[in-house]
Design a protein around this ligand. Structure first.
Ligand code: C2O
Length: 342
């Protein structure tokens, strides 16, 4: 059966082992009292939000993005739009703060076919809320274009220590070094940048080629209501884990970027997931938009989020299959990895 949103009155302490007891409670504010309605996708007349690559942001773009984040951080701590409440949403769906509805199985949307649709909704609402806070209904969030050599660094705007986009927990050794898709915690910076860039591009090309006919290999394998999750991430998710490791510090508990619990406290998370989401869009385009899984257990599965009207909404996978259906898109960037010769 399809996954349902959890019983909002039954949020409990998260179960992951890195828990700091003071941090154990990640239940959203007033969840029990809030009424849930079905999500209605935006009308085709709504303006399209065009997401741009972070490395192309000019100073006006940066100022606007920072202003929106500043407003989100300034909201009362228990406001559902508050920056840290927004970060907690990730935690509740990842670290066992909820059981699946009417079961003893923990709710975990990673390492399964829910990884891409859940994060698509997550950053979609984050974007809409930010736009609302600054009164701009065309506001869009940046994506960290790490599939392009120019984007294989932490985009500069995230490295200004006076900015709301900065996070001091990141690995300083990586401020200026090239992102290596083969990175594992503690690895030294590569000495041959060109070789790393080429290897990254080739890796991405293989991922797309080898999974194009097999969505479960790209997206992750099936997880159905009542099942205990056995990790079965797709290659898109496995690759995405590298940026989490590389962005965060090399030692446990790897806060912020390197740990599910805290990753989305770093604004870089949303840039990263912008590109992860863009990878899904590219994958889907390569496939002529053929639906990845024609399975009601996927299509009718649903999650809950707070929308830009502070309304709790129940969102189905089938309503987020293309960015267009949510009225956003990605500004075209070259795909230098596509059919790369090796
Ligand atoms: Cu929910 Cu990048 O992980």
């Amino acid at each position: 059966a399809p996954l349902s949103p959890p019983d909002s009155t039954k949020c409990h302490k998260a179960t992951d082992s890195d828990a700091d007891p003071k941090e154990g409670d990640c239940c959203p504010p007033d969840y029990g009292k809030a009424k849930m309605v079905d999500f209605t996708p935006p009308s085709p007349n709504e303006p399209l939000r065009v997401r741009k690559a972070a490395h192309r942001y000019n100073s006006d773009d940066i100022v606007k993005f920072e202003a929106a984040i500043a407003k989100m951080k300034a909201l009362p701590a228990n406001h559902p739009w508050n920056y840290y409440q927004q970060a907690n949403i990730h935690f509740t769906y990842c670290n066992g703060a909820f059981d699946q509805l009417n079961t003893k199985s923990l709710l975990q949307i990673h390492e399964s076919w829910f990884f891409l649709p859940w994060h698509r909704y997550y950053i979609y609402f984050w974007e809409k809320i930010l736009g609302k806070l600054i009164g701009d209904d065309t506001f869009s969030i940046p994506f960290w274009n790490w599939d392009n050599p120019k984007g294989m660094y932490i985009p500069r705007m995230y490295l200004n220590s006076k900015s709301h986009l900065f996070d001091e927990t990141r690995n300083r050794d990586h401020y200026k070094s090239v992102l290596d898709y083969k990175y594992s915690w503690g690895d030294p910076n590569p000495t041959d940048t060109n070789a790393v860039v080429t290897a990254n591009l080739a890796e991405l090309d293989s991922i797309f080629k080898e999974t194009l006919q097999f969505p479960a290999l790209f997206m992750g394998k099936a997880l159905r209501a009542g099942e205990n999750q056995t990790p079965a991430p797709g290659r898109c998710e496995s690759l995405h884990n590298v940026m989490h490791m590389w962005g965060g510090p090399p030692t446990p508990p790897y806060w912020n970027m390197g740990n599910f619990r805290t990753a989305s406290r770093d604004t870089l998370f949303f840039g990263h997931h912008g590109n992860v989401d863009r990878m899904w869009d590219i994958y889907s385009t390569f496939r002529g938009q053929k639906v990845e899984f024609r399975d009601p257990d996927w299509l009718d599965s649903s999650f809950i989020f707070y929308d830009e009207n502070e309304q709790l909404v129940k969102c189905k996978v089938k309503d987020c299959l293309t960015p267009e259906s949510l009225r956003y898109s990605y500004s075209p960037e070259p795909l230098p990895w596509k059919n790369i010769r090796r």
